[in-house]
Design a protein around this ligand. Structure first.
Ligand SMILES: Nc1ncnc2c1ncn2[C@@H]1O[C@H](COP(=O)(O)OP(=O)(O)OP(=O)(O)O)[C@@H](O)[C@H]1O
Length: 581
């Protein structure tokens, strides 16, 4: 990424804050860096005029001028830094939200192929690096530029020959900066990737805390984190090593310049070509520039980190792995709700290893509106993958899924998903109350009757009756305060509240006892006109399917009779362990 691309991307986010604020902050920082440039000149007047002439009025005037200079520098610096800090926070907030929202719109395949750690590092660590660049590096760079630029101009006016000497070291500094860049860029990228791995380990360890405790996995996670932290620390140390190589070179170069100024200036004073005050002021100007020049290595480091962060975020923004969507979606009101899987094939691919795995092959079956279809089969047969195709979590690689003869790709994705109820195999609840979880994601406030009905149909009424806080009961992060069956029922109520046209249920029978299953399916039959695709190892009690299919290795092998669906459970019960009769 070139610096031009970097800054145009930066400005595209910053430009949404009022322009005058950006200019005011920039102006204040320039003023804060420029005003102290007057002090060595005041010193020159002090040495060359006020003292030799014993002019007390001038002495006092110079003192007052110095106080004014320091006051203006302090006030503008304070204002500029505060505004830039606000701007940086605003930038981070916008960028984080933009990146997160873009990420959420990307396909499930993209999420799966990148992993939580890498994506979290981009959203959290990389945006933070950019914020730090704006808050600290940019003001320091302005200070450096104004100090060096202003000093150069003043020095040229004061004594052009001495200035040539002072800037002789500039080409060497540029070569050092170029070499530094080649070392630091790859290390900065490595650093972001290590951060991603650390995030991933922490996330995995905390989400699997139960298994981890039971199987003593904590030690394994400790070891993994220790190893990743070590690599992260090694990279940081490597970066510090390169930076510290640069610092002595800079210091040495600056010392040579100072010695050169003293010796050269001494010659000129003796020759009578410059005054003592000019050389004193000159010396002060050079030494004043030292602070900002010394911070140049920190600035370069932060610059390379920021460029790496911007590149990684740009990769995310450039990724358009979205589901295919027709430009003119069909109205859902025109559609018949009969669903057809037509020769659907799908493979999971891993973009990092370039490997892929066939999960579904030429899958063909229909669900007429209101029908109940059970898709049974052994573990890994492809049932859940089939279910995920209905709300378009994945799209077929070949073949198509239609509703009323219209391809799902020709419908507005959001509208279609509003009409699909999906109760996945691993139900995910969000921290909040039971009620908030049931209403989650609903675009309109549903009627109270519909809410009460969904609660009754999914038998959540029984759950809330057991809880002192009823519907207001907090479910904990990921629903950890509830049992597996309770979570499934809340997820089912969430799906029913949308009055879905089609409902996908992945393995309800494994979490609920038979009579509860029967009550639920009977209630749904009475109260909702909905097609149901049930995925599991056996037909649940009360489901009464219109058709039962047996699936193996991504294909439908045969259609079973209803009673076979129940015996299929016996066939697989011992291996799978789904509970119930
Ligand atoms: N994200 C993924 N990446 C790669 N392969 C996957 C992914 N998800 C599932 N698979 C594989 O696809 C195949 C079908 O998985 P699926 O979850 O659809 O099976 P299932 O019939 O629902 O199994 P179960 O009864 O155990 O839930 C399996 O072999 C599984 O290992």
């Amino acid at each position: 990424m070139t610096w031009l691309e970097f800054f145009s991307r930066l400005l595209s986010v910053v430009s949404r804050t009022p322009r005058w604020k950006t200019f005011a902050a920039g102006g204040a920082l320039v003023l804060a860096a420029a005003t102290p440039l007057f002090t060595p000149y005041l010193l020159k007047l002090f040495v060359d005029i006020a003292i030799p002439r014993r002019d007390l009025n001038l002495l006092w005037s110079l003192g007052v001028a110095a106080v004014v200079v320091y006051a203006v520098a302090s006030l503008t610096r304070h204002y500029g830094r505060m505004e830039v800090a606000r701007l940086a926070e605003d930038f981070r907030r916008r960028l984080t939200c933009q990146a997160f929202s873009h990420l959420q719109g990307l396909s499930l395949s993209y999420h799966r192929s990148r992993g939580i750690g890498d994506l979290s590092a981009r959203i959290l660590y990389d945006t933070y690096s950019l914020k730090s660049f704006i808050a600290s590096t940019l003001p320091a760079a302005v200070e450096l530029a104004v100090t060096i630029g202003g000093t150069a101009i003043i020095l040229v006016i004061l004594a052009p020959s001495l200035t040539l000497l002072a800037f002789a070291a500039l080409p060497a500094a540029l070569i050092i900066a170029y070499l530094f860049r080649d070392k630091i860029r790859p290390l900065s990228r490595e650093l972001s990737e290590h951060h991603g791995k650390v995030y991933a380990t922490v996330h995995e360890a905390l989400t699997s805390i139960e298994e981890s405790k039971v199987y003593g996995g904590a030690a394994e996670f400790d070891q993994r984190l220790a190893e990743q932290s070590r690599r992260l620390a090694d990279t940081e140390v490597e970066i510090a090593r390169h930076r510290n190589k640069l610092l002595p070179l800079l210091n040495f170069g600056i010392s040579l310049v100072l010695v050169g100024v003293l010796v050269g200036g001494g010659y000129m004073i003796i020759a009578g070509t410059v005054s003592v005050g000019t050389v004193v002021a000159y010396y002060f100007y050079i030494s004043k520039s030292l602070g900002p020049i010394r911070s140049a290595s920190t600035l370069m480091l932060s610059w390379h980190r920021a460029v790496t962060a911007m590149e990684r975020l740009q990769e995310l923004f450039d990724s358009e792995e979205r589901l295919e969507q027709t430009g003119n979606p069909r109205e859902l009101s025109e559609i018949q709700w009969d669903i057809a899987f037509e020769n659907v094939s799908f493979r999971y691919s891993d973009s990092q290893t370039n490997r892929s795995f066939v999960a579904l092959e030429n899958l063909t079956f229909n669900i007429s509106h209101g029908q109940r279809i059970a898709l049974l089969g052994p573990s890994g047969a492809g049932k859940s993958t089939t279910g995920k195709m209905v709300p378009r979590l994945f799209d077929p690689d070949h073949g198509q899924i239609t509703v009323g003869g219209v391809s799902l790709k020709d419908l507005a994705l959001d509208e279609w998903r509003q009409r699909v109820g999906y109760v996945g195999q691993n139900v995910f609840l969000f921290s909040g109350s039971i009620e908030q979880n049931i209403r989650f994601g609903l675009k309109t406030t549903s009627a109270e009757d519909a809410f009460k009905l969904a609660i009754r149909a999914a038998r959540v009424d029984e759950v809330i009756a057991q809880k002192p806080d009823g519907l207001a009961t907090q479910v904990g992060e990921r629903g950890t305060c509830l049992s597996g069956g309770q979570k499934k029922r809340i997820a089912l109520a969430r799906a029913l509240l949308r009055s879905p046209a089609v409902l996908v249920i992945d393995q309800l029978a494994a979490d609920l006892q038979e009579d509860l299953c029967r009550e639920i399916f009977e209630m749904i039959r009475r109260e909702y006109h909905v097609s149901i695709l049930y995925l599991g190892h056996r037909v649940p009690a009360g489901f009464n399917p219109d058709a039962v299919y047996w699936m193996e290795e991504g294909r439908i092998k045969r259609q079973l009779q209803s009673h076979e669906g129940s015996s299929a459970r016996c066939e697989v019960d011992s291996s799978i362990g789904e509970t119930g009769s």
